[in-house]
Design a protein around this ligand. Structure first.
Ligand SMILES: Nc1ncnc2c1ncn2[C@@H]1O[C@H](COP(=O)(O)OP(=O)(O)OP(=O)(O)O)[C@@H](O)[C@H]1O
Ligand SMILES: [Mg+2]
Length: 414
């Protein structure tokens, strides 16, 4: 079947298509079109190849579902190629003719090792270890009828100067390194481009990594006591939510649980282009949200009022940045694995530096939307309820099921 696709592509797509090396490393700054281009390339190969066995993988499955897997399925739909009968959602496979595309994470080694692959894409490759990479590389021996070489594609930001990618991958002559920046992506808004170019003045390290797409010497990040967990802890003293409003920037809604172990975070919403009305629609679908306090960016009283009128217990947050960060830093933070943007932000969240390169006491305002929404919730609620949230005194009374009434003070309902 001849397929006539009118793809709108960037240089990153073209360079990947033209590459002849067995490993193609897509190293680049933020939003340089790495992921989108590889999604296009995998869709194109899927619908034009013969006997292709293709794998798209990311360290954790929930993140994979929300990013690369979603992009690929959306593209198949956009190009009019998607057929429901070819999509096995349980197995996370999509078939087209003699080809199969599998989505899985390293958490499912059986599935990963059950086949030999013709194409592998490791999305956010620096989340993986070198051992993960090698065990996949050993499985690149599927036979091909087109006589071409099997190929592995990696995509990542150059965040880790001393990691396995710069040391073992980029230095290998059998690896093609395709470097890209926002300049390669003509589909970005001028606002986002400005966010990236403004970094030059504000933070040389992040300007290097996210704007120029090159490694930089690392300065200290703000939160260090955090880890990724499969789910939120089931025993907790309180559950609250935080909102950082956005439209051009992502709207961020984070669920927070307090317990004797620390603070647990789950990404509920992290998406650009949402109005307050859209957010309300989504919030209505989230179980238990109406019963719990929602601490919001206090710079936007009208939007807080809108949430309140829609029936949510929306309150202005205490936005004291320094004390808020200080408060959170003292606890262990557990982030659920289906929170890719919280994980991405917490890795990147760092102190602004002064002209001499010394850290100040202000965080860098860049990729900080989930960091803000979670801080609003943790710090504002924490101020009010103190140590008992961490099981260090009597836990606070359960809040569920209380009748909602007129708001006389921010915390009256709790
Ligand atoms: N060929 C394209 N056609 C239309 N839109 C595109 C195209 N390429 C990229 N974009 C847009 O640019 C956005 C950023 O691209 P993408 O997510 O691929 O960047 P990235 O290099 O993976 O960034 P990051 O390093 O932050 O993961 C996409 O979400 C998409 O909206
Ligand atoms: Mg990407």
């Amino acid at each position: 079947m001849a397929i006539d696709l009118d793809l709108k592509v960037t240089r990153v797509f073209e360079s990947n298509m033209l590459s002849t090396k067995p490993v193609v490393a897509n190293k680049g700054g933020a939003r340089s079109s790495k992921s989108y281009s590889l999604a296009q390339l995998f869709v194109l190969q899927l619908v034009t190849g013969t006997n292709f066995k293709m794998l798209i993988t990311r360290k954790h499955l929930p993140s994979l579902r929300m990013t690369a897997m979603k992009t690929v399925i959306d593209l198949l739909q956009e190009y009019g190629l998607y057929e429901k009968k070819n999509h096995n959602m349980t197995d996370r496979t999509y078939r087209h003719g003699s080809n199969v595309l599998v989505f899985t994470s390293i958490d499912d080694p059986e599935k990963m090792k059950s086949a030999e692959w013709t194409h592998v894409w490791m999305e956010e490759a620096n989340e993986f270890t070198y051992e993960d990479f090698m065990s996949l590389k050993l499985r690149m021996s599927a036979k091909r009828v087109d006589g071409q070489q099997n190929r592995m594609y990696l995509s990542y930001n150059p965040t880790d100067m001393y990691g396995w990618i710069p040391e073992k991958i980029e230095t290998d002559e059998n690896v093609d390194v395709i470097h890209s920046t926002y300049k390669d992506n003509g589909f970005l808004t001028p606002e986002y481009v400005k966010t990236l170019t403004d970094l030059e003045e504000r933070d040389p390290e992040y300007y290097a990594v996210y704007t120029l797409g090159v490694y930089a010497k690392r300065t200290s990040t703000i939160y260090t006591r955090w880890s990724v967990v499969p789910t939120l802890m089931s025993e907790y003293t309180a559950e609250v939510f935080g909102v950082d409003f956005g439209f051009n920037n992502p709207m961020s809604l984070t669920r927070v649980r307090f317990s004797a172990r620390g603070i647990a975070l789950k990404q509920e919403v992290y998406q650009s282009g949402l109005t307050t009305g859209d957010l309300i629609q989504i919030m209505r679908e989230i179980p238990d949200l109406k019963k719990q306090p929602v601490y919001c960016d206090s710079a936007e009283p009208d939007r807080i009022e809108e949430l309140f009128r829609a029936g949510f217990n929306a309150f202005p947050a205490d936005k004291d940045v320094e004390n808020g960060i200080d408060y959170i830093k003292r606890r262990d933070i557990f982030i659920t694995e289906d929170s890719p943007d919280i994980i991405k932000e917490i890795k990147a969240y760092k102190w602004q530096v002064d002209r001499a390169g010394n850290p100040t006491d202000k965080p860098l305002k860049f990729m900080d939307h989930a960091m803000d929404s979670m801080r609003y919730a943790v710090y504002t609620h924490g101020q009010k309820y103190g140590l008992r949230l961490f099981g260090e005194k009597k836990p606070s009374a359960p809040t569920a099921g209380r009748k909602r009434r007129e708001r006389t003070s921010e915390f009256d309902n709790y």
